[in-house]
Design a protein. Sequence first.
Length: 270
Amino acid sequence: FLNSEGGLALDRGGSPALSAHHRISRAEGRGGAGDGGRRRWMSSTRTTAAAAPPIFGKAIPDRNFADKTLGQTISSGASGLADATTDRDREDCPICKKYSIGPCGDLFKQWLKCADDNPGKDARTGEDLHLSKCESFALPLARCLEDHDDYYSSEPVLSEEGTVDSNGRELRRAWSGLVDDLEHPKENRRTLSFPDDIKPEMQVRLRTMEGMAAFAPANEKGEELILAYIKDQDGELLGAGSSEDVRTTGGVMRFGVRDESREVTACALY
């Protein structure tokens, strides 16, 4: 999986000035948080539901976003997708794929890294080292898996293509119109960076050309998620949904990746 970080937010007012997105491998400070009660636009990745997250949600919000702020974050560039080959061994691990996403995904990845960092057995007791070295990760993970057993015991059902069916194409057109309105120059929005604590995270599954993007249910000011979408470097919309669409999936959205996609940008409106 390819993880993405960072992002940007759009200020209400002012002319549109979409700043360069930073790549997932670069750490970025909070920068440009904005002021007052401005809405912030953000993005990320993580799955949390028993059903497959939508690619294009059915609950399309209205277009009254004059007082809202939009944010975007690039999840992967051409180099990022190439760098993802280092993680392809995880693609061949069904358990890793299953538990690296969802409500316990972060805990599982922390435990997995600890286990990888502590291979072998204790020379004195013969016990696997990761059992003692990674206990601080294993216990919270076990509790999390127990709490979310319904999610991990069910298999998401994808379409045969894993992309968009005929109904999805209609939804995609509707969402494209909404996104065009949001990003239109007449909206006069400028971009700002996401605060570190709400930077979006994304995962791209190269084998199936799909991805998951997890969006925080609220920003640092407590403003709730309104909508989110994913697009590539050509502006091609890869997935979109409202808070209603992703509520049952814990803020997670599924999206497709085109052969032409070299950069994937996740966006969210709060």
